[in-house]
Ligand binder design. Structure first.
Ligand code: ZN
Length: 168
């Protein structure tokens, strides 16, 4: 999937969490930002991806150590980040946003013909029975649908907040 699809899915995940946790406006913005960033983070292993270009050195090191779409697209990486967040005593909703954003990335990549090494270090490519080409029509349609969903969710929770404050 393209970075755009990943990003819109991350924003949708963040928006979902905002309406689930019913957070204040500052926490909401942080939640959405964290989910959006983590939804594109696993592609740090692609030196030419959005994140890869931003953090060239880190991207290069990860690629050298693990290769493309391996460790950063696996359950072991999610567990690793989970433990790290726990050790850093990250508030529950922020940790959830980060983990959920990364899971959304992996699920989307499992929808591509190449799949992901979900069980890394086991060298097995895992993908869904139905897959779509990156940058194809389905990818674009998916990005659009996810963006509409995210905008809708964000606005509905935003309006709820405004309405609630008016009644107070
Ligand atoms: Zn990826």
């Amino acid at each position: 999937m393209t970075g755009k699809t990943h990003l819109s899915c991350g924003i949708l995940v963040g928006a979902g969490l905002v309406s689930y946790y019913d957070t204040d406006i500052f926490t909401s913005i942080t939640l959405v930002t964290l989910a959006a960033l983590s939804s594109i983070f696993p592609d740090i292993c692609h030196t030419r991806s959005k994140v890869g270009r931003k953090f060239k050195l880190l991207s290069w090191v990860i690629r050298l150590l693990f290769g493309h779409r391996t460790f950063t697209h696996s359950l072991s990486f999610i567990a690793f980040v989970g433990i790290l967040l726990y050790l850093l005593q990250t508030p529950n909703y922020y940790a959830t946003a980060i983990i959920a954003g990364m899971i959304s990335h992996i699920i989307l990549d499992m929808l591509t013909p190449r799949g992901v090494k979900l069980l890394y270090p086991l060298p097995i490519n895992v993908k869904f029975p139905v897959t779509f080409k990156t940058g194809g029509a389905v990818d674009t349609a998916l990005a659009t649908a996810l963006t509409i969903g995210a905008v809708y969710l964000l606005f509905s929770s935003f309006w709820q907040e405004v309405f609630y404050n008016m009644l107070k």
